[in-house]
Design a protein around this ligand. Structure first.
Ligand code: SF4
Ligand code: SF4
Length: 360
């Protein structure tokens, strides 16, 4: 396998100025691991774009009063409904009823939680289209402006807690719902049409939404993964779960020279060279630190400090894609993928999705 193109000594790769790890002026390599990750990110992005395109056709069919060509609804669109899916999971655990309104959402939500539990925040680093966009925005920002910026610690810490506050708000709201409220929500009209409302969020965007998205994108050019690091409640939940993951980036202090190349390379600004195991909720298993380490067998994804076995990026990619195919395949085969909303109801719901009585 072709190896890394090593950067010259002293060349900056984009670390954390505040922490004394550089300013992000140059990035000199793109390793095999990063190519594999890019391939997986493109694979999932292609699925998501295809799903969005099909869902747009499905909604248009009903908006046009079924006069255009019929497009089957792609159930994968429910992957964008994590709160409904969390409610569905709780309802399933407590009642045994696997709700038939957004079953695919529950399957995908459970899969992403499992990935976080087993393999750190792999969803953010390998699957999420927002994470993918954010990554290439800060990389573009660094190319154009010569560097990225790190907020000072006094701003970084409180801002990072914002996503946790949002996450606690949503999770607490679901935890405190009783079975009857959960059932009312899951089988109610609002939830049935939640995916359509999400489509309208983009296709019928308000001026305010447009400018908020532009501001977030501009900030992402300068600050690495601005949305993910400070605001995403989904990432916060997965980050919290990932703390319990047995697989973690693990440093061998016996062979480590303390050069800090790993910390310079980390997009989450984790001080990898000072830790033996990366427990941080911000680690998204991107392997950038592993690629950057010049010492063989020093930095690896392992289950424990003493473990001789390690998980290379290609195996990590295979497990992520394999689990996705397994979960979605089993869900399809067992009838837990497609929902049960009949076409007549969809016709009525889609054409009334903006009505005030379908607000929540
Ligand atoms: S610690 Fe390593 S794997 Fe984790 S986010 Fe940083 S560079 Fe990526
Ligand atoms: S783990 Fe590797 S890159 Fe990080 S400080 Fe040690 S030798 Fe350098």
């Amino acid at each position: 396998m072709p190896m890394l193109v090593k950067r010259k000594k002293g060349e900056d790769t984009g670390g954390d100025k505040e922490n004394g790890l550089g300013t992000g002026s140059k990035q000199g390599y793109f390793s095999d691991s990063q190519w594999i990750r890019l391939l997986v990110q493109v694979f999932f992005l292609a699925i998501i774009l295809w799903t969005g395109y099909r869902f747009y056709g499905f909604v248009s069919y009903y908006q046009n009063h079924q006069e255009a060509a019929m497009v089957q609804r792609p159930p994968g669109v429910e992957g964008f409904l994590p709160i409904s899916s969390l409610m569905g999971l709780k309802y399933w655990i407590l009642s045994g009823d696997f709700n038939t309104i957004h079953p695919a959402g529950m399957v995908l939500f459970a899969l992403f939680l499992l990935i976080a539990l087993l393999m750190k925040k792999g969803f953010c680093g390998w699957i999420c289209p927002i994470g993918f966009l954010s990554e290439y925005l800060w990389k573009a920002g660094r190319k154009v402006f010569g560097r990225n910026f790190m907020l000072p610690r006094w701003a970084d810490y409180p801002l990072r807690s914002l996503k946790y506050l949002l996450m606690i708000f949503f999770v607490w709201a679901v935890i405190t719902m009783n079975l009857s409220d959960l059932k009312d929500f899951l089988y109610g009209s609002y939830n049935k049409v939640a995916d359509v409302k999400m489509l309208y969020f983009f296709t019928q965007m308000t001026t305010l939404t447009f400018w908020v998205l532009i501001v977030l994108m501009v900030l992402s050019l300068f600050v690495k993964n601005f949305w993910c690091r400070y605001l995403c409640p989904y990432g916060a939940l997965l980050g919290f779960v990932s703390i319990f993951s047995p697989l973690k980036i693990t440093r061998n202090p016996e062979t480590c020279t303390g050069c800090a190349e790993c910390s310079h390379a980390c997009p989450s600004n984790i001080r990898v060279h000072q830790k033996q195991r990366i427990r941080s909720d911000e680690c998204m298993s991107c392997y950038a630190c592993v690629d950057a380490c010049p010492e063989p067998d020093t930095l690896k994804m392992r289950t424990s400090k003493k473990s001789k076995l390690s998980l290379p990026a290609w195996a990590y990619a295979a497990i992520i894609v394999g689990l996705f195919l397994l979960f979605t395949g089993v869900a399809r085969l067992t009838g837990h993928w497609h929902n049960s909303i009949p076409p007549t109801e969809y016709h009525q719901l889609i054409n009334n999705a903006n009505n005030p009585d379908l607000q929540h």
